[in-house]
Write a protein that binds this ligand. Sequence first.
Ligand SMILES: [Mn+2]
Length: 487
Amino acid sequence: MRRCALLLTSLLQAAAWAEPAELAGRRLAVHELMGDHAVALLLPAPYSNRSNDVNWPYRQHNHLHYLTHNTHPGTHLMLVNNGRQRGELLFAKLGDPDYEVWEGKLPSVEALKASTGIDTVYSEEDFMPALRRLLNGRAMDPEAERYDGTVFPGLFQRLIEGEVEVWLDLGRHRSLDAKRPPSAEQALAASLREHLPEIRIRNLGPELEAIRHRKSDSELALLQRAIDITGEAVLAAMGRATAADHEYQVQATIEYTFRNLGACCAAFPSIVAGGENATVLHYGKNSAPLNKGDLLLMDIGAEVNYYAADITRTIPVSGRFSNDQRAIYELVLGANRAAFAVAKDGVRFAELEQAALRHLGAGLLALGLITEDNDEQVKSYFLHGLGHSLGMDVHDAWEYELELAEDMVITIEPGIYVRPQDVVKAGWYTALDEEQKAGVDVALARFGGIGVRIEDNVLIERRGATLLSSEIPTTVEDIEAIMAPLP
Ligand SMILES: [Mn+2]
């Protein structure tokens, strides 16, 4: 069990949040992407309601957390560019006795200054008045008795001349009907447009997402810790699966391990899918009985200080793969490795997908599940994308044509899901002659209901890539040795 010892060693290493100087550097990057006369406004995440008067645990907006590390509701950030002059103003929930009775102690102004490196800290209630004063060319200090004399000279004149940009995270989701209410940022943008029609509104979201793609050392330490805790949960699940009756018992072992090792929570709903449930991509009920002869697919990730792991392992419930399960498993593992082998700075993610597709195509052809190695046929079994960017969001913003760059972290997660009921409806299958169909039918009967996904987390480097999840068992030999050691 050498692997377990290695994992535990890395778990003992501290993984701290970024220092104030690093946060200041992130805010500087925002200042630099904006024009010379610009204001960035970052608003807190709203509470998310579960049902009636029960909310989900509060989680700060990732961008705002990235720039301030302030996790309290009510936090606002204002960044001002006024020529060479730069301003940073933090608005936070301060000394709210009612909040402190129910939710706990709030940081003091001095503590906020020290943790963020921002010198100007006001109460959250001052955000809108301060914004009004800023956009009217007046003093920002809410304590000032008279508002004549601005701290950002010339900005107001630029504003009325139509030269000032206001940057807000307007998000990626666009709804042109009334079903989805506008976000607070979209509502604020609409109000600014109405009252200050000469102002220019810009979307900060995609720019900050691009900045967040490349991870710093402190971010990598948090990601590695999330991945290592998830690895411990995989090992615990391997120990539990052979004795468990139901999927949820394995889920309980996984999520117990997350919390026990200090992760806040699961970064996304755990998928613990036995047998055919593994062919349902976002299966989340985790309620079915486990059958000894089945595979068990676990797509899970711990979250540590806002950073998510995203790992999938597929194991045999009994501890031993059947020959047919092993054939599919090793095909998927080969595709995972083929994609990893291509990963490096400057390569497009689509090239990794092509490497995986061609490996899967050759294998599926050899197994008789397809009749030609082409994308259409392979995608009857490989039912989702090859992966995504990973960070504070389990699916960090992602353009499929994105060129990989040093210090990005991505997932590589090929999968094969044999759903005979769907394959026989596919255009390519219905176009086959009867003899070819009969051949595919034999393979479908043999492999039907098998679902395998193998997902790793990968750091992109200049000349290659590092497998951040290399300590989590992946090969048939390693999994069998851990789950059902030979006497
Ligand atoms: Mn994933």
